[in-house]
Design a protein. Structure first.
Length: 209
């Protein structure tokens, strides 16, 4: 049962990063078409599908940790492991929620679908202190869940999950913002409430549970 749960979660994580990564890469290549004809509709379709694969990924991790509970033996008091895991989960969830509220629709990579002009915005929320809170501190809950349930398999999955999302960031998100920064068009400067991106346009917009 544990191995089935592990395999399903790893497949779910790959489905998440591959679907989102390939879709956004294609969107980058064909942006001139969707921005003229149906950018909002394309974004709404993508957001629905992305929300589903992200939710499936999160649930599969929780199931894995539950079915493989008490397989992690660190030689520490069980109460201490639980407390550390709970603190990690709380800090990570709070940071992720703050970042998501700051991003708004940017949580689902809306900037891949928006008009092509550059928008120079002011950093806000946790982005004032952290370059990429979603994929760094925001990933503490996956480690926290593994510690709370004492799941060795969950801890391995957490490492795989964060490695996968950071790979996605470096291959898809970061090049996207570097292209925006190098675009020859005159930047359009306007305030965007709750924006997460500093003037360099180099901050990652996404979240990967």
């Amino acid at each position: 049962m544990i191995w089935i749960a592990l395999a399903y979660h790893l497949a779910s994580r790959l489905a998440y990063v591959l679907y989102v990564g390939l879709t956004l890469s294609r969107q980058d290549r064909t942006a001139h078409l969707t921005r003229r004809h149906g950018a909002e509709a394309a974004f709404r379709r993508f957001r629905r599908a992305a929300a589903f694969v992200m939710a499936n990924d999160a649930v599969s991790l929780a199931v894995l940790c539950l079915v493989s509970a008490n397989t992690l033996h660190l030689g520490l008091p069980r109460g201490l492991t639980f407390a550390v895991g709970a603190v990690l989960a709380l800090v990570g969830v709070a940071t992720k929620m703050w970042a998501a509220a700051t991003l708004g629709d940017g949580y689902y990579w809306r900037n891949f679908f928006t008009p092509p002009e550059q928008i120079v915005t002011k950093a806000a929320g946790p982005y004032r202190w952290l370059r990429n809170p979603m994929y760094t501190v925001g990933y503490l809950p996956v480690y926290g869940l593994a510690l709370v349930t004492a799941s060795a398999f969950g801890l391995v999955a957490a490492l795989f999950d964060q490695g996968a999302i950071l790979t996605f960031y470096h291959l898809v998100e970061k090049p996207h913002f570097e292209r925006l920064r190098r675009a020859p068009a005159e930047p359009l400067v306007r305030p965007v409430p709750g924006s997460a991106h500093p003037p360099s346009l180099d901050t990652a917009p996404g979240q990967r549970p």
